[in-house]
Design a protein around this ligand. Structure first.
Ligand code: 13P
Ligand code: SF4
Length: 346
């Protein structure tokens, strides 16, 4: 069945020719990345989307990535997400309406401060638009430190959404770990106005349910079982996990690090399991291990992009029918585009 599906995908792609480009995030299944024209992290894929000429950009990834691709591409290009169920839970942890009301409370807590909101790429277009409207911008895990620097050149405080772990890890990278206040919009006790007034960095209480599952003792166990292992983790992991690791970086950094390893080196990978499996396949000369042993660090949002859906959208396109087109509302598109452009310029 897998061979038959591959044949069908290839036949549809041949029919569509240059009309279609397929982008695949590093966390996509093997059957998706094998058909991708570009594989990369969120930042690389947004650049590829910006440069794509094809009429249809098929996005192997999650909704917020496809939205960003729609914002960045020209109006006559369409972005297609093979499954509408592929929604990142972290992006859903900071809804624009909720952030709007939190913003009123946060700015009231520090009335004399100039607060710059930064949203992680893993957020919906309306939140990106909100950040731009307040002088802020978007970042990915590979340029969060630069986004903070951009913000501190223009204001006194940063509100970072939605990922508190990436925010905390970035604060450490900049030597600002003593400047953090947390803002938990779901807990009346988690909203401390005094702390906001005293701190330079305010972290929204969101997280990635995949990366949060890595624990410090996973790192200890790997080091005990494989004393020669190097450990690399994604900065969406908890602070103590990042501290225990040798390197932290975006999925592109993880790919580059393993690609540059010497034959026989051992690298334990603390990120979504599909990428770890790809790295084992792509670099058989390196000993690639999942950081968490048998526990499956699998992102159920990314996994929604089933190869059968990819087949379906491609075959339908070849017949002239478009499905699952991701279109950001025009009123959000322009401002969210400003937030993304600011990121692409830093
Ligand atoms: P990057 O590929 O930008 O490192 O992001 C990881 C991620 O969790 C996307 O959902
Ligand atoms: Fe969202 Fe985490 Fe999945 Fe990335 S790995 S799409 S942040 S839930």
């Amino acid at each position: 069945a897998a061979d038959e599906r591959t044949d069908r995908i290839e036949a549809a792609l041949e029919e569509l020719g240059d009309d279609v480009v397929i982008l695949g995030h590093n966390y996509q299944r093997r059957e998706i990345v094998e058909h991708a024209d570009f594989i990369g992290d969120s930042y690389q894929l947004s650049k590829e989307a910006a440069e794509a000429d094809a009429e249809y950009v098929i996005f192997g990834g999650v909704t917020f990535m496809a939205e960003s691709a729609d914002i960045i591409t020209d109006d006559d290009q369409s972005v297609i997400l093979p499954s509408m169920e592929a929604s990142c839970p972290m992006a859903g942890m900071a809804e624009a309406l909720q952030v709007d009301s939190a913003w009123a409370e946060i700015t009231a807590a520090a009335p004399d401060a100039d607060i710059v909101p930064i949203t992680y790429m893993n957020s919906y277009a309306d939140l990106k638009a909100f950040c731009a409207s307040q002088g802020g911008l978007v970042c990915t895990s590979s340029n969060a430190h630069k986004a903070f620097e951009y913000a501190f050149e223009r204001g006194d405080k940063v509100l970072f959404l939605p990922d508190k772990h990436l925010g905390e890890n970035t604060a450490h990278r900049l030597g600002m770990e003593d400047e953090i206040a947390e803002w938990d919009p779901w807990d009346p006790e988690g909203k401390d106005a005094d702390e906001v007034a005293e701190s330079d960095i305010i972290l929204w209480d969101g997280y990635c349910q995949v990366h949060e599952r890595f624990r410090e003792d996973h790192v200890d166990q790997i080091r005990a079982d494989h004393p020669d292992a190097n450990v690399i983790v994604h900065p969406e992991c908890r602070r103590e996990v990042v501290e225990a690791a040798d390197v932290a970086g975006s999925t592109a950094t993880i790919c580059e690090t393993v690609a540059e390893a010497d034959p026989g080196d051992t690298w334990a990978i603390g990120t979504e399991i599909h990428l770890t499996n790809h790295l084992q396949r792509w670099h058989p000369e390196v000993n690639v291990l999942p950081l968490c042993g048998d526990a499956c660090m699998d992102c159920n949002a990314m996994r929604q992009i089933d190869p059968n859906y990819l087949t379906w959208v491609l075959e339908e396109l070849a017949e002239g029918r478009e499905h699952n087109v991701i279109e950001v509302a025009p009123e959000e598109k322009e401002l969210a585009g400003v937030a993304l452009d600011r990121m692409l310029e830093i």
